[in-house]
Design a protein around this ligand. Structure first.
Ligand code: NDP
Length: 456
C-alpha cells in the first residue's frame, strides 16, 4: 500500500492510481477470535484494548460489484472499537458469523480476525463493476451505515433495514487499516479544507448527533430549545453542542473537569455543569436512585438558564437516565443512542407520563443524514473535534484512552498518511473558516496534556 500512499501524496491522477496493482495483503488493526476469552473474570475497566488489538498483515478481500477499495489515509477511534476490543457486551465475531451466512459476499466477513474501525478518510483506488458515482482518485470519507439496498425496509429510512449494520463493528474490513472495503453508498466527499486526520474523525459521531438533534428522525430541534448535553466535550457531545448553537438553541453542557469546562466555553457553550465538582449522587447505592439528587441537578440547570431542558441528549445510560427523565421539561424529549454506563435503565415512570415527556431512540444515521452532516463540515459550519493523533501501531493505546475517558473529542489515527497536516486541497477556505476554530480541541488537548499520553 506504500506505493498508493506515495502516489496520492505526489498528486497522482485517478488513472495513475487505477494503474497500480492492488496488493495481496495490507496492514490492519484487528482482534482475534482466539483472544475472546482473554479478559474472563475481569471488571470492564480492567479489560485492556492494548492487549487485544493487534497490528497484522491480512489478505485483501475480493471486491463485490457494489463496493470500492479505499486507500485509508487516516481513521479514528470510536467507542464501538472499545466494545470490540474488550469483547463486550458481546464478542463481535457473532455479528461476522451472522453476516457470513447471509450471502456469498457476506461469507468473506466470517473470519478468525476482525479488522475494526468505523471511520476513514482516503482515496478510492478501485471500484466494483456496479459502482456508478465514484471512481479511482476520488478523495472521500466513509460513513458507517452498512445497508443492503435489496432490503425493502431500507427504502424509507435505511436505519430501519432489517439487516442494517455498522461497518467495522458488525462487518469486517473496517477503517483502522491501510485499506478498507466499503459499499459505494458509504462514500461522501472529503472536506477539502481539512487534513486527512481532521476529515477522518467526523462521520460516525457527527452524523449520529445530527440525526439525534436535527433530523426529523430525531428530535428536530427548534430555535430557542434548551438542550442538556451529557459528555459535552466527548465524541458525540462535541458535535451536539455545535448543532445546538448553529440551530439557535441553548446548550447546557455537562462535563467532568475544569479543563473541559474551559474547552466548552471556548466552543461557545456558556451554560456548563462540572458533574465532578457538583458531585451528583443519582444512585444512593447499586439499586436505589436518589430523587433529591435529580432535583438538585435540575435546580442547577435552572440556575444557569432559567428553565428546564426541552431536550436531553442522552448516552451515558444507567448512571444518568433517571436524572435525564426527571430534569426534562414538561412535554420535553430525552433522545438516547447509547448506554455506556449500563443498558438496564431505570427511571421513575411517573415523571415521564404525568409530565408528557417522550423518550426517543436513535442510532447512527441514514445516508442522507450522514451526507447532510458531512456537507456542514465541508461548509465550515461544523468543526472537527480532533484532539489527539496516534499512528496505526498505537491503535490499542488510542482505544485505551477512550475506554478510560482520558481524551476529549475524537482521537485520530494515521494509517497511510505519514504525518499530520497532509491532505488539505483548499487552503484558502481553511483560512476563511479559521485555523483557531478548526483546531480548537487539538490545541486545547495539547495545552491540557490530554489524550496523547500513555496512562498505562
Ligand atoms: P466519548 O467517550 O468520546 O464521550 C462520552 C462522554 O460521556 C465522556 O466524554 C464523558 O464526559 C461522558 N460520560 C462518560 N461516563 C459518564 C457517566 N457515567 N455519567 C455522565 N457522563 C459520562 O464517547 P462517544 O461520545 O463517542 O460515545 C458515547 C456513547 O455513545 C458510547 O457508548 C458509544 O458506543 C455510543 N455511540 C452510539 C452511537 C449510535 O449510533 N448509536 C454512535 C456513537 C456513539 P465527562 O466525563 O466530561 O462528563
Amino acid at each position: 500500500m506504500r506505493a498508493f500512499a506515495e502516489a496520492i501524496e505526489s498528486g497522482a491522477s485517478g488513472e495513475d492510481l487505477a494503474g497500480l496493482a492492488i496488493p495481496e495483503s495490507y496492514r490492519a488493526a484487528l482482534v482475534r477470535r482466539e483472544d475472546v476469552g482473554m479478559f474472563e473474570g475481569l471488571a470492564s475497566s480492567d479489560k485492556d484494548p492494548r492487549k487485544s488489538i493487534r497490528i497484522e498483515d491480512v489478505a485483501v478481500p475480493e471486491l463485490a460489484p457494489d463496493e470500492v477499495y479505499v486507500a485509508v489515509m487516516a481513521s479514528a477511534i470510536n467507542f464501538n472499537t472499545v466494545w470490540t476490543s474488550i469483547f463486550e457486551p458481546l464478542p463481535t465475531f457473532g455479528f461476522l458469523d451472522r453476516l457470513g451466512k447471509e450471502s456469498q459476499w457476506g461469507a468473506r466477513h466470517a473470519l478468525d480476525y476482525h479488522v475494526v474501525g468505523s471511520d476513514a478518510s482516503g482515496v478510492v483506488i478501485k471500484v466494483g463493476s456496479a459502482v456508478r458515482s465514484w471512481k479511482p482518485g476520488d478523495r472521500v470519507v466513509a460513513h458507517c451505515n452498512y445497508v443492503d439496498d435489496q432490503d425493502p425496509g431500507a427504502h424509507d429510512d435505511a436505519m430501519k433495514a432489517a439487516n442494517q449494520r455498522i461497518w467495522g463493528f458488525e462487518s469486517n474490513f473496517g477503517g483502522l487499516a491501510d485499506l478498507t472495503l466499503v459499499k459505494a453508498n458509504q462514500l461522501m466527499p472529503k472536506p477539502a479544507h481539512l487534513t486527512w486526520e481532521e476529515s477522518a474523525c467526523n462521520a460516525l459521531c457527527n452524523s449520529t448527533s445530527y440525526r439525534m438533534l436535527v433530523s426529523h428522525n430525531g428530535v428536530n430541534m427548534k430555535q430557542g430549545d434548551v438542550v442538556l448535553v451529557w459528555g459535552a466535550t466527548g465524541g458525540l457531545g462535541g458535535y451536539a453542542v455545535q448543532y445546538v448553537l448553529n440551530g439557535g438553541g441553548t446548550p447546557v453542557g455537562v462535563v467532568s473537569s475544569a479543563d473541559k469546562v474551559k474547552l466548552l466555553e471556548d466552543l461557545g457553550c456558556e451554560a456548563v455543569i462540572d458533574r465532578r465538582a457538583g458531585n451528583y449522587r443519582f444512585w444512593a447505592d447499586e439499586t436505589t436512585q436518589d430523587e433529591s439528587e435529580w432535583r438538585r441537578f435540575g435546580k442547577d440547570i435552572r440556575g444557569l438558564v432559567g428553565e428546564d431542558p426541552d431536550i436531553v441528549f442522552e448516552h451515558p445510560g444507567r448512571q444518568t437516565m433517571g436524572a435525564s427523565v426527571f430534569v426534562a421539561k414538561r412535554g420535553g424529549t430525552i433522545v438516547t443512542c447509547a448506554a455506556s454506563s449500563g443498558y438496564m435503565i431505570e427511571y421513575d415512570n411517573r415523571h415521564l407520563w404525568m409530565k408528557l415527556k417522550t423518550i426517543k431512540s436513535s442510532h447512527f444515521a441514514n445516508y442522507r443524514e450522514a451526507w447532510d452532516a458531512n456537507k456542514l463540515i465541508s461548509q465550515g459550519r461544523i468543526q472537527p473535534i480532533l484532539s489527539a493523533v496516534h499512528p496505526l501501531e498505537q491503535t490499542g493505546e488510542a482505544a485505551y484512552q477512550v475506554h478510560h475517558n482520558l481524551h476529549e473529542g475524537k482521537i485520530g489515527v494515521l494509517c497511510l498518511a505519514e504525518k499530520e497536516g497532509l491532505g488539505i486541497t483548499d487552503p484558502e477556505f481553511r483560512e476563511k473558516v479559521g485555523e483557531d476554530r478548526i483546531t480548537l480541541f487539538r490545541r486545547h488537548a495539547s495545552s491540557a496534556g490530554v489524550g496523547g499520553k500513555s496512562a498505562g
